[in-house]
Design a protein around this ligand. Sequence first.
Ligand code: PLP
Length: 424
Amino acid sequence: MKKEPFVTLEQLKEIDKTYPTPYHLYDEKGIRENAKRVKEAFAWNKGFREYFAVKATPNPFLINILREYGCGCDCSSMTELQMADALGFGGDEIMFSSNATPAEEYQFARQINATINLDDFTHIEFLEKCAGIPEKISCRYNPGGVFKMSNGIMDNPGDSKYGFTHEQIIEGFKILKEKGVKTFGLHAFLASNTVTNEYYPLLAKVLFELAVELKEKTGVAVKFINLSGGVGIDYRPEQEKNDIMVIGEGVRKVYEEVLMPAGMGDVALYTEMGRFMMGPYGCLVTKAIHQKHIYKEYIGCDACAANLMRPAIYGAYHHITVMGKDNSVCDHKYDVTGSLCENSDKFAIDRMLPKVDVGDFLVIHDTGAHGYSMGYNYNGKLRSAELLLKEDGTVQMIRRAETDRDYFATFDFCDILKDIKWRE
Ligand SMILES: *Cc1c(COP(=O)(O)O)cnc(C)c1O
């Protein structure tokens, strides 16, 4: 399907008067409509809750929008826990799914009563020593081997660092039960960015069957099952979008086939989607500031991989629209680059686009998740602003751009840079 930006050239020109490029822009209407659909897709499950994966887009304004649709927070670190807590989320609304977890993060998670999702068998003892075992806990399962889907997508849990093995999770449940845990949950994340409606139902089957087995072998009746993230989006125009209603129905079928007959019809389902909640509803807006003609044709942008890392590190495809040239033929082949001293700093390689002129706005699509949040300061680049395109068409700044003062702030303990010439 043709990928259309959610913003017009006229709107971008208007925004340009106040906010210079580059910036990440988010679409309030899209975020709301999608969050509503997610809620409806799982409405058949009484205890359903989506815990938004904060790491995908750690912006409190956006998290507060999702909250209106019942979403909680899935946190992976101290600062994410602090953000969720500061926004007033209660313990039941905060999931803490981390790995190689530092003691102080477990301690803080316990302090704010977040639900801890243990990544490893040895963390039972670690958690007990550093923070004590809570009454409610979840364990992350890794079935090992290869996880295959019918469209050829597969992932390799056996090669990933996460979770308990099958034996460990049975043993772990027994130990946790002895240590006084009353409420148990199960979690697994087996494949990433799955653009297929069958991922969640297949994963649900693995977890539901495990829950039944755990009940038989340990006497523990699991209270919640967390399908985690991994639901993908159509980064490429030729991909078919996931349909969350179909996904919800698929999970319901498996629930009725596996959990209901085992007398486990009261299990609450949780999800921890990041990409699916926010990915399509953000874009990176940048301007073409240079054209370079050597062995290939290059467009140099004012954004770089420090604003959006996915193409540079995964070779990920992000669709690009040259604004105002919608009806022009894509008869020019470009590498679209940022300014880092890194040859991987390319938003697109050999991409067919309409003729790009210096000053054109380029919209880089689907940067709403794992976009801004993966930003970094290499080459001394400063992180951009984040802006929200509201439903009424106005624009709200929801994070300011970094300044040189932010960049040098970590030398504020000494006066070695006291003669700096500030740029702002
Ligand atoms: C990254 C992550 C998510 C979110 O993944 P998406 O692919 O963005 O949906 C959810 N849960 C855990 C534990 C994660 O690490």
